[in-house]
Design a protein around this ligand. Structure first.
Ligand code: WTA
Length: 651
């Protein structure tokens, strides 16, 4: 069987998709041959969703960094691998060629080895968006250590939970970080986190802000001093550790419907194959182009499409330290102009926020280098889609609306730029190898929504269908486990519907088979593209001494997509409401981080509960959305009168 690695036409897409679902092993076996393996695999795929037990390329040996770095040295040594644009435009930028990045990764791998980090050890990385972050990530991968990157906006408590859960032995951080006109004191947050994380014995600290930090003797080491020791040595190459395809590559924590974030685990072989394949096909990357993904490496988008996807494809990946609105709302367009960016990949929330500044920030910026635009992280509304298309892409750039998740490792449903048709607000079609279906509330597949079956039968859904989005067959970068608790992985993703991976999202499929993701159907919020569990926020609010109970729901927010609305019962109603609100927000910031701050806090005397004590979130959601009539059946409530009170007090 022969496939072209990069799909070039709609017809070729249809043909490839069909083959990929008729013979997934044959398909992925051919795709995976494109990479550099130290030993070939024995079997392409072994799987069941009842464990789950999923193995891709079993027996294969590799190191992902050899695929991201070493194999490019012959042809692309002097090509920029990473372009780094600093927060402050007046500071010097940095460009690392493939050869330079290779050197830096080897040196830092040696630093880790010198500090007794071994294959399989967990390493927590809490850093700003500077080149040393991907260097640290790749250095871990090079020695076979498992990285766990924690987003720079999380609190000490959140970091401590994550370090403890994974039993990380070392933390890599910096004195601080710059974001807009703010300085984030990363090291002091780590100091606090480590008070309750005994597994972490060492901290390597990069100097970024040059601010004064406490260095604990015997525990804390400066990045530059450790590097000097290596530079004084004879060899600066560092042989890549041999990894099994199914060895863990990294852990990334993400929110679910329970109070505790889950450590999503990805493995070396399948993740490499899929991030590369999805990158090359979705964005139709051409050698020499500059790819700018605006995500933070603390999230999955940064892992897959700043680091592993682009670098394994020999692309130039642009990373930006700052924020889109500083020093002004033209910053993205300045960057596109300055580096002649060809592909821009950002989030709907960023587009909506920039739309709010009007067209002045776009004026006079040369955006003619742009060839392709992308979005990710949440549903994009049509208005934002058209603004992006018209004012940024000048109606010449295909927009890819890419749907995926931390758990999926890479893009699963998206148009392929300029190759398969786009449709505003629709992620459209599954990538080859991806087999989505919609199920109804009884767990039955909704007729006509099985993409793979439709391809095999040469059929289309024919009419609009809706349901919960599931995937019925594994792909190489599917979640393997939740760290330390395999049963939780099963319960969360594979138990709702037998033999299906359940995404937690609701979706529609149009008559032509285009998927439109409508949003989460579980208790997970999507605030500015960040996943936040309502239970997590409630737990944090309940930590406040005067809070008795709380219930958190999402409501539509013009810029963030969803805002956080908290209904709170407090003790001692005589206290100042404003003061309590302030303190509750501070508590949430301290327990989770500023990203989970409630936008609205309404004090109530009771919550709508069923006789069995379950909070009826459906009613709260409707009230928060501004719906006051049509609240549905409230007769099963323990005390229907609280609903009136809550409605009257709506903020
Ligand atoms: C949502 C981010 C609509 C969805 C890569 C999913 C989207 C969650 C889209 C995963 C999209 C992501 N259209 N919704 N194109 N992309 N989502 O794990 O609800 O941070 O389940 O991964 O974001 O968020 P996560």
């Amino acid at each position: 069987m022969s496939y072209s690695y990069q799909i070039k036409s709609l017809e070729q897409y249809r043909e490839t998709y069909k083959k990929s679902v008729e013979d997934p092993e044959g398909f992925w076996g051919v795709i995976a041959k494109q990479f550099s393996w130290k030993r070939p695999w024995d079997k392409v795929l072994d799987w069941n969703f009842t464990g789950p037990e999923i193995k891709w390329f079993a027996g294969g040996k590799l190191n992902i960094t050899e695929n991201c770095l070493d194999r490019h040295l012959e042809k692309l040594a002097d090509k920029p691998a990473i372009i780094w644009e600093p927060n402050d435009p007046s500071e010097n930028n940095r460009i690392l060629t493939y050869k330079e990045l290779y050197r830096e990764v080897c040196k830092f791998a040696q630093v880790l080895r010198n500090n007794q980090v071994k294959k399989g050890d967990r390493v927590c990385i809490y850093m700003p968006m500077v080149p040393e972050l991907p260097i640290a990530v790749l250095a871990c991968a090079r020695i076979g250590a498992i990285h766990s990157v924690v987003f720079g906006g999380f609190s000490a408590q959140s970091i401590a939970d994550r370090i403890q859960d994974a039993q990380c032995s070392i933390v890599i951080t910096s004195d601080g970080g710059f974001r807009g006109n703010k300085e984030i004191p990363l090291k002091s947050v780590i100091d606090e986190a480590l008070l309750s994380s005994p597994s972490a014995k060492k901290v390597i600290v990069l100097k970024r802000t040059q601010s004064l930090v406490m260095m604990k003797p015997g525990r804390d080491l400066w990045w530059d001093e450790e590097l000097k020791k290596v530079e004084a040595g004879s060899s600066q190459d560092f042989p890549a550790e041999t990894m099994d395809a199914e060895d863990m590559l990294f852990i990334l924590y993400t929110s679910g419907s329970t109070g505790k974030p889950k450590g999503v685990v990805h493995t070396c072989g399948g993740y490499m194959v899929y991030t590369n394949y999805s990158f090359v096909n979705t964005f139709q990357y051409r050698q020499g182009e500059v790819f700018f993904c605006t995500a933070d490496i603390g999230w999955i988008t940064g892992h897959s499409y700043i680091i592993y996807g682009p670098l394994s494809a020999g692309a130039t990946s642009l990373m930006f330290e700052g924020i889109p609105t500083w020093p002004n709302a033209g910053r993205f367009w300045d960057i596109v102009d300055k580096y002649k960016v060809n592909i821009l990949y950002t989030a709907p929330t960023a587009i909506r926020s920039l739309m709010g500044f009007g067209l002045d920030p776009v004026k006079g910026k040369d955006l003619s280098s742009l060839r392709i635009l992308g979005t990710v992280g949440e549903p994009i509304n049509e208005e934002a889609w058209h603004w992006y298309d018209e004012h940024i892409g000048k109606k010449k750039c295909p927009i890819v609306d890419t749907w995926w998740q931390t758990e999926t490792g890479g893009i699963l449903i998206s148009n392929l730029a300029g190759v398969t048709p786009s449709k505003p607000a629709h992620a459209t079609l599954p990538l080859p190898g991806i087999q989505p279906v919609l199920v109804d509330e009884n767990g039955n597949v909704v007729e006509g929504t099985d993409a793979a079956q439709n391809a095999i039968d040469s059929k289309m859904p024919g009419e609009l269908k809706s349901g919960n989005l599931c995937i019925k067959f594994p792909w190489p970068s599917i979640i393997r486990t939740t760290y330390g608790d395999h049963n939780r992985c099963f319960q969360n993703y594979f138990s709702a519907y037998k033999n299906l991976y359940f995404t937690g999202d609701g979706a529609l499929v149009d008559e032509g088979g285009n998927y439109r993701i409508t949003g989460r159907v579980d208790d997970v919020l999507n605030v500015s593209g960040h996943r936040i569990g309502t239970a997590e926020v409630e737990n944090a609010i309940n930590m406040h001494a005067r809070v008795v109970e709380s219930a958190v729901v999402g409501y539509p927010h013009d810029v963030k997509g969803q805002g956080i609305y908290a209904f709170v019962i407090r003790q001692g109603v005589q206290f100042d409401k404003e003061q309590d609100r302030k303190e509750i927000i501070q508590t949430v910031t301290k327990i989770i981080g500023a990203i989970a701050k409630p936008d609205k806090i309404q004090f109530v005397s009771g919550l709508p509960k069923t006789r069995s004590g379950k909070i009826m979130r459906r009613i709260l959601r409707k009230i928060a959305e501004g719906e006051t009539s049509n609240l549905g059946d409230t007769t099963t409530l323990l005390d229907p009168s609280v609903v009136e009170e809550i409605k009257n007090g709506k903020l």
